[in-house]
Design a protein around this ligand. Structure first.
Ligand code: TXA
Ligand code: MG
Length: 347
């Protein structure tokens, strides 16, 4: 396996060409986007796309996002368009928004897991854009982590998950958003957020000029493997560290009390416990092992740190992680969603 460093703001064309050639000849390349790292293959190369599922250990029922470098590529991947879709592209692309549309016949079935819709996104990262452009066709890419693990926000996270199983990893530094794109289903009436992410619910509602619904995995029971659900990837346990994660919800004072009680009781059982807390709250946990993952009134900071903190606590052979909640507006909605899905218990 090779890791090449590429400048995130001025990608070196020669290095991009090396990576693009790997994809053009049927290989896989991990590359940075503004959200998390992706693991890419040429969209029309069904064999290479199959390999993505295999190395990630991802079920074939969980479709991939097709990444494009020019807005007009949307129109060859999607079977129909709408004024609304165009408004979203205009406003948020390139950027952390994935649009679900009816698929055109050129998109191989393996990419969309047999669904008649396709997920499309134009990322806002210079390396991603110039890689896709140089490949000469859209790139199908899920997040570059083993299935079910926290998403990767650095090249090191990618190599931690895959060791030498990948031909090439592009190291373009740490990703700036830290959680994945928002997945917005425009085939649903009214449009539905299948996964909250880098573009906020507030921004989406402002664009629609009305309310949007939020898909809830909880309401749909155990979704694994069923193709009848809007988004087969939205299963209950996801983004999970190896340690058991306990997510505590509620107002500030009750959260602190619950976290202290849980940490005490697991500590007495001889478990190694780490608390993930807000900066402002760390002093409440004297005597416990605590890690900050952001500021209470700045959900962006929590999104930026979430996956890297989960991964680094895991490296310390922790048994139990107890996480405080963040505010659920703006990017906080995505952070809460990931913590809920990573949790083995919610208090
Ligand atoms: O920010 C991101 O979106 C990152 C970067 C690499 O672009 N990608 C990413 O991909 O998070 P992935 O595969 O980890 O998550 C894609 C999600 C999955 O939950 C999948 O089920 C859903 O999008 N999805 C893909 N195609 C779909 C479709 N046709 N209908 C509904 N959901 C779909
Ligand atoms: Mg993923």
């Amino acid at each position: 396996m090779q890791i090449i460093k590429i400048n995130a703001t001025h990608p070196e064309p020669l290095k991009i060409r090396i990576a693009a050639n790997v994809i053009r000849s049927g290989g896989l390349v991990a590359f940075p986007t503004e959200t998390v790292y992706g693991l890419g293959a040429a969209v029309l190369d069904a064999a290479a796309v199959r390999e993505i599922f295999k190395v990630k250990k991802r079920p074939f029922t969980d479709p991939l996002i097709v990444h494009i470098a020019a807005k007009q590529d949307y129109f060859s991947l999607a079977d129909e368009t709408s004024k609304l879709a165009e408004r979203f592209m205009e406003r948020f692309w390139p950027g952390p928004l994935t649009l679900i549309a009816k698929k055109s016949s050129i998109v191989p079935e393996i990419v969309t897991a047999g669904l008649n819709t396709v997920a499309i996104r134009m990322p806002a990262h210079k390396i991603a854009l110039s890689l896709i452009k140089t490949v000469g066709m859209p790139v199908a890419a899920p997040s570059a982590n083993l299935f079910g693990r926290p998403s990767p926000t650095t090249a090191q996270h990618v190599s931690d998950d895959f060791a030498d199983k990948l031909e090439l990893i592009i190291d373009g530094g740490r990703t700036t958003i830290g959680v994945e794109s928002t997945v917005l289903d425009l085939t649903a009436i009214p449009p539905q957020i299948l996964r909250p992410g880098g573009i906020t619910r507030e921004e989406i509602e402002e664009t629609i000029g009305g309310k949007v619904t939020l898909f809830s995995a909880q309401k749909h029971g155990n979704l694994s493997g069923k193709t009848s659900v809007p988004s087969p990837g939205m299963m209950n346990t996801h983004y999970a560290p190896r340690a058991k994660l306990i997510f505590v919800e509620g107002d500030c004072t009750s959260v602190v009390r619950k976290v202290q009680k849980l940490a005490d009781s697991f500590g007495q059982q001889g478990k190694k416990v780490v608390i993930m807390a807000m900066d402002e709250s760390i002093s409440n946990y004297n005597g416990f092992s605590v890690r900050s993952f952001g500021k209470r009134d700045d959900p962006k900071s929590c999104a930026y740190n979430l996956f890297s903190v989960l991964r680094s606590i895991d490296k310390e052979e922790t048994d139990i992680i107890i996480a405080e909640p963040v505010v659920s507006d703006g990017l906080g909605l995505a952070v809460v969603d990931r913590l809920r899905k990573a949790a083995t218990a919610i208090f």
